[in-house]
Structure formats: structure tokens, C-alpha cells
Design a protein around this ligand. Structure first.
Ligand code: MG
Length: 248
């Protein structure tokens, strides 16, 4: 069952989403060669708590940190540690916040200094895919239209969509029904109605779509060792169309 939210609940998710966006903006200034992912985690947690929020990921199924930091061939769920970023890396950072009982969740991929043309294109296509998915979040469309819009942009860009991990409903819980795949045929799945809230999150690989989970039980990597990018927004379906909740 997809839990629809009242306007008041959506306002609460918007406030949580504002903190998420602030963290992603702040981190942008700190993503530089030499910084460790642990330092980024500390900066994020401090800001979330200073705004009265709680990091959604900390302790979630035992996850040990407040944000996920996924460098280069890491797709998602990388654990912040002493790893120093190097010129030319790309890093996906995923941030979730609970405020007043409601979650918001977003991610961006950042270049570390100058990155290759191919890395830049991978990031651009992934962001465009997310934007296409958001655009499809309107009443009268079906969930499959959202999934299909995302996949179409990725395919046209010549990259591959990760199928093993998907987007999700979000609200009082970080992960609610339904699953939101980043692929599939249009015109299928549940009809979208005002009040539905989704975390859309295309994970896009430079090479093949296959991924595996590292021995740490979290870190998801591309099987071929090539790059992966990840962007995410929390979005509400409204009468007027899609409303992005994770903006500053
Ligand atoms: Mg998510």
C-alpha cells in the first residue's frame, strides 16, 4: 500500500528536505583532493544536529555513519572512513534526515577537482535522468512512466541502469512502498495521486549494469570496476505537478 501524505505531512518532509539540501550544498565546498570521507561525514552530522534533525542512516540496519560516500566504482552505500579523495575522483554523497518524525533523502555526485570528460558526462546523464523521472511524477501518470522516463535518458546517453537497487516511497519511514525501479515499460504500475511521496534515485554505471556488495555488507560496487553516478531527490506528487522536497 502506498501511504498518501496530507499537506501538513508534506510540509514536514519539506522542512527535513531543506536540511538535506543544506548539507549537500555545504559538502560541495569541502569535496576537494585530500579530504577524507570521514571528515565529510562529521561536517554533515554536525549540520543536521545543529538544525534539530537526526541523520536517517546512522544506525539504520546497523549502518555506522550519518551519510553514504561512494567514490568512483562504488555505486551506493559507501561507508565514510579514512579514505582521502584524489584529484579526478567522483563521489556520490547520500544524505537522509528525520525531522519531526518525517524523512527526506537526497544524493548528488560531485567531481573532485578536474575529472575526465567521460565522468562528467556520466554525472550529467544521471542528473538528467533524475530530472526526467521527477517531471513524470504527476497525477494521471503511472509509476512505470516515472521508471521508463529515467531509463530512456540513461539508454540514450549510452550508459547502464543499475537494477539491483531502486528508489522508494518515503515518509514516516525512510523506505516505504512502493519500490521505484529506474527501468521498465511505461503505462504500468500504480496510478500516481496527489500526496504520494517518492525518493527517486537513478544509479547509473559507465560500463555494465552488474554490481555486487562488498564484504563489509554495505558498499555496492560495479562488477567491471568502472565508474557509477547517483543523484536523488525526494518528490511529492501534487495537483499542480511534481514538488521537489529536497531543495534549499
Ligand atoms: Mg534513497
Amino acid at each position: 500500500m502506498i501511504i498518501k501524505k496530507s499537506q501538513d505531512e508534506i510540509r514536514k518532509m519539506r522542512e527535513a528536505g531543506r536540511i538535506v539540501a543544506e548539507v549537500l550544498d555545504i559538502l560541495e565546498e569541502h569535496v576537494k583532493p585530500g579530504v577524507t570521507t570521514e571528515e565529510l561525514d562529521r561536517i554533515a552530522e554536525e549540520h543536521i544536529r545543529s538544525r534539530g534533525g537526526i541523520p536517517s542512516f546512522l544506525g539504520y540496519q546497523g549502518f555506522p555513519r550519518s551519510i553514504c560516500t561512494s567514490v568512483n566504482e562504488v555505486v551506493v552505500h559507501g561507508i565514510p572512513d579514512g579514505t582521502r579523495l584524489r584529484e579526478g575522483d567522483i563521489i556520490g554523497i547520500d544524505v537522509g534526515v528525520i525531522l519531526d518524525g518525517y524523512h527526506a533523502d537526497a544524493a548528488r555526485t560531485y567531481p573532485v577537482g578536474e575529472v575526465s570528460e567521460r565522468a562528467r558526462r556520466l554525472m550529467e546523464v544521471t542528473l538528467k535522468a533524475l530530472e526526467a523521472g521527477i517531471e513524470a511524477c504527476r497525477p494521471g501518470n503511472r509509476l512505470g512512466d516515472v521508471s521508463h522516463s529515467i531509463e530512456k535518458v540513461v539508454r540514450e546517453g549510452g550508459f547502464s541502469v543499475v537494477v539491483q537497487f531502486v528508489g522508494h516511497g518515503i515518509g514516516r519511514e525512510m523506505h516505504e512502498e512502493p519500490q521505484v525501479p529506474n527501468f521498465g515499460p511505461p503505462g504500468r504500475g500504480p496510478l500516481l495521486e496527489p500526496g504520494m511521496t517518492f525518493a527517486l534515485e537513478p544509479m547509473v554505471n559507465e560500463g555494465g549494469y552488474e554490481v555486487y556488495v562488498d564484504q563489509d555488507g554495505w558498499t555496492v560496487r560495479t562488477k567491471d570496476g568502472k565508474l557509477s553516478a547517483h543523484y536523488e531527490h525526494t518528490v511529492a506528487v501534487t495537483e499542480e505537478g511534481p514538488l521537489i522536497l529536497t531543495l534549499p
